[in-house]
Design a binder for this molecule. Sequence first.
Ligand SMILES: [Zn+2]
Ligand SMILES: [Zn+2]
Length: 402
Amino acid sequence: MDYVPYAVPFFLLAILIELAYGVIKKNNTYRLNDAISSLFMGSLRSANNLIFIGLGGYVFYLTETYFALWRMDASSPLTWVFAFVVYDFFYYWFHRISHERQIFWASHVAHHQSEDYNLSTALRQTGTGALLTWVFYIPVFWIGVPSYVFVSVASINLIYQFWVHSEHIPKLGWYELLFVTPSNHRVHHAQNENYIDKNYGGVFIVWDRMFGTFKEEDENEACIYGIRGTLNTFNPIWANLHIYVSIFKDMWNAQNWKEKIHVPFARTGWKPSSLPYPESNDNFNPETFKKYNPVVPSKIKIYAFFQFISMTYVGLVLLESGELNYQQLCITIAMMAFTMYCTSLWLDNKTGYLAETIRISLCLLIYLVTYQESVMTQISSGLLIYSILNLGVLPFINRAKI
Ligand SMILES: [Zn+2]
Ligand SMILES: [Zn+2]
């Protein structure tokens, strides 16, 4: 059973509590633009999971049905404990390879782009994980873990990882030796030379200690969060695709086949020597590093927050309700993605009038043709009110003068 959807309201509540705690303690770790961008990506990931039935599920089914060495008893607590530990072992290797090899980094990078570190970062998840992640878990089915147990322990593992994304929790004594904690996961999200590509565990940090990737947080070296080669946009679509595009570009432009084929499987950051254009430089300098933080007027912040509330409502209520058919689901998710893109234009301090006009026109078109069945009256009138509200406020938002 997938417990994640049940945990989401608690996640959002915990974010509010962490935000309030930070404000009271005068150590706020949230910025509106970065947090909205992370939470948008979390919604997109959950929404995508509803429409992609996935090759992975089919391969798991085949492995479990025809190739499993034996089948463990799902009613035995031992099976659950075994599955929990084994899952985390394979998670370690999935996560490590996701950092070390370009084609897997292309998907996982989404979790690391935030330059802040707080509970909203935990929900910043890749929207393209369904493409390849499953490859790493085939052995779990092969050794006989039942699919029901697998889905359950995978979701518990993911839920565990939520709370470690916080700057407010210090080192936790003996617990640091065995488990992933806020301190050792802060190191994982840091791009400092001493910290990068360390601490890959999901629940247990022992795998990092065993396989030589553990690094303790040093009180004298503050973590600088984010990725090398910063994204410099809050666009959630580009955030999900930029490394794929860079891989494709390098494959296209490499001058020999050996290098073309090597690009996706190469160590992250590797560039073909035969490229006709200069390699992009990794210009990270801890002394001069500045977070990407375009200054925008308060009106834009309020508008972005309004879109965030609207999209959270759509994500939580509409998509989870099961009232939409497959076509309506796909259209709704496409419109969510487009709305997030338009919001990111404003947060990036770009002009979004054209994109917004297209978006609102599409919303009205969808209102007219897609949700007109009788059971849809509530959704349909909600969409109409939302479109009119958008139309009403659009003339009043404008970007900051540069
Ligand atoms: Zn990672
Ligand atoms: Zn993380």
